[in-house]
Ligand binder design. Structure first.
Ligand SMILES: [Zn+2]
Length: 225
């Protein structure tokens, strides 16, 4: 279902807001959508689903569509049981990445929870329940030491389809993206020309020195002059 384009009499094109997609009757993994969940105020659209195992569960629409949620949780329990064999990988750097990702999304006491779990961001069931499934994906994507996993769309979940390998520098750019706009980047570039240092500009604009460095070498915001 795409956006409808309405052509106004005076020739201007207005994009109508996309109509809410009705997922009723659709099947995602083990879940069949029964109806929209309206019982409670949700920030985003949620659906009541019947799982193959018989349980009723409520899932975020976006998470159903991007494959993050495929069951009531029974899939996870099975994978955890399977994955409980010792993998001997707890010292691997990706294990730290995996733990951090799950903590941000599920532990309300985590310092960044508000930007992840608190916003409805989840880790897909496969990755959440089995480190080795996450590890295998990272290896297939060309993991080398120093890389980490970053989401492509920051509003979306940690799923194979929405993640990529990135350097920490790219990630710090992404997380500081929110704070910078075109005008401040233009000012930063002018200051760079005058010889300002990354650290002092970072402090001034509330971003990391790495983010400034990325602007300096045109790795980011290259189109702003
Ligand atoms: Zn189930």
């Amino acid at each position: 279902m795409g956006n409808t384009i309405i052509r106004q009499p005076h020739g201007k094109v207005k994009r109508a807001s996309p109509r809410k997609e009705n997922l009723t009757g659709k099947v995602f993994g083990r879940l069949a959508v029964v109806r929209e969940a309206t019982d409670k105020e949700y920030l985003t659209i949620h659906w009541v689903c019947q799982c193959k195992c018989g349980n009723i569960t409520i899932a975020r629409g976006a998470s159903l569509k991007n494959g993050c949620v495929k069951s009531c949780g029974c899939l996870r329990s099975e994978l955890v049981a399977d994955g409980n064999t010792t993998h001997g990988m707890t010292n691997h750097p990706l294990y730290v990445v995996w733990k951090g990702m799950r903590q941000r999304c599920s532990n309300p006491n985590h310092v960044s929870y508000g930007y992840y779990g608190g916003k409805g961001v989840r880790v897909c069931e496969e990755w959440d329940s089995d480190f080795m499934l996450f590890y295998d994906w990272c290896m297939k994507e060309g993991y080398v030491s120093g890389l980490t996993v970053d989401r492509v769309d920051g509003e979306c979940d940690y799923t194979p389809g929405n993640c990529k390998m990135s350097t920490r520098m790219e990630q710090s750019h992404n997380s500081s993206n929110v704070k910078l706009d075109e005008l401040s980047v233009r000012k930063i570039k002018a200051s760079i020309k005058k010889g300002a240092r990354n650290s002092e500009l970072g402090r001034k604009y509330g971003v990391t020195p790495e983010a400034i460095s990325c602007i300096r070498c045109e790795k980011t915001w290259g189109w702003v002059t």
